[in-house]
Design a protein around this ligand. Structure first.
Ligand code: SAM
Length: 286
């Protein structure tokens, strides 16, 4: 991300979560703060969904994926909390609201993001009159220039205690070296540490229309300084995790993710969507 300002794609993801509260009655993911943070001052009733202007089926599928990945991550976090984990780190937190509705009394929440995005988020939280709990710590990081291991321990994060990392909607914006460094850093934390993240698959448009749509999207992302730069096959990601020292638990294709939470699944588009991965710090052999 190189736009000299806050992330615009973070607002896009937040709007999908907000739309889900209004259009789908929060059927998959209940986030009572989503509307307020996506559009401070709008109030729930006054919130006007925006993504519905696009191709409705594509927007609905994307919205369902985005809320399903949050549901998946927060369910996995709840399991980790039950197993004794007391610190969660949101990498590229964007406008995620977990920290402000955290149901786990002893859980510390670290929000890691680009400092410009964090300043903008804090302003939005203030506008929406959402208080910042004492359990929340902001950690300003540029993944392309800094290593988590150099920054996190100085913020109260305990590298000797297990943690849970949630890294959603971010890897596609980062270079491969930045992703590999972050994975290696996580792998170096305490046993019992877990991670949920998603990644984009390489895709070649099949028709001229698909190519035109893909090029238009890339132009839009380039114009806001948030181009998609890294794609992986499931084999690539398995190798990245192995090399970093992480153990792959599951790598779920989008239809598998959606099928967990939706009864009536629209037939899959030809285009492969993002995959969702759960991994843990590998236990040393021996
Ligand atoms: C699409 S948003 C996803 C936000 C959030 N995780 C969600 O699911 O709503 C991408 C996030 O990655 C962050 N990001 C992108 N590149 C970054 C970088 N080089 N360093 C730190 N954060 C970065 C952006 O600031 C933004 O918050």
């Amino acid at each position: 991300m190189q736009n000299g300002g806050p992330s615009r794609t973070a607002l896009g993801a937040a709007r999908y979560r907000a739309e889900h509260q209004v259009l789908d009655a929060a059927s998959v993911f209940r986030d009572p703060l989503a509307v307020a943070v996506a559009e401070p001052g709008s109030g729930h009733a006054g919130f006007a969904p925006g993504h519905v202007d696009q191709d409705a089926a594509v927007a609905a599928r994307m919205r369902m994926f985005i809320v399903s990945r949050s549901r998946f991550a927060e369910d996995a976090l709840a399991d980790a909390y039950r197993a004794g984990v007391r610190q969660v780190v949101f990498l590229g937190a964007g406008l995620d609201t977990f920290a402000y509705r955290n149901p786990h009394p002893e859980l510390r929440v670290f929000e890691v993001d680009h400092p410009d995005t964090q300043a903008w988020k804090q302003q939005r939280l203030a506008e929406a009159q959402i208080p910042i709990p004492e359990s929340v710590t902001y950690v300003g990081v540029d993944f392309e220039r800094q290593r988590l291991e150099d920054v996190l321990p100085a913020t109260g994060f305990d590298p000797a205690a297990p943690a849970f990392f949630i890294w959603l909607g971010v890897t596609v914006y980062l270079t491969r070296p930045a992703i590999a460094t972050t994975l290696r850093t996580i792998a170096g934390f305490a046993p019992g540490t877990g991670l949920v993240f998603d990644y984009g698959l390489p895709w070649t448009p099949g028709t001229p229309e698909e190519r035109a749509r893909a090029e238009a999207r890339m132009r839009r992302l380039a114009a806001i300084g948030e181009e998609w730069v890294s794609f992986f096959t499931p084999e690539d990601i398995a190798a990245e995790l192995r090399e970093a020292g992480l153990e792959l638990v599951e790598d779920l294709a989008p239809d598998v993710v959606l099928a967990r939470y939706l009864e009536d699944l629209e037939p899959a588009a030809q285009r492969p969507g993002p995959h969702l991965v759960r991994a843990v710090v590998a236990t040393p052999a021996g």
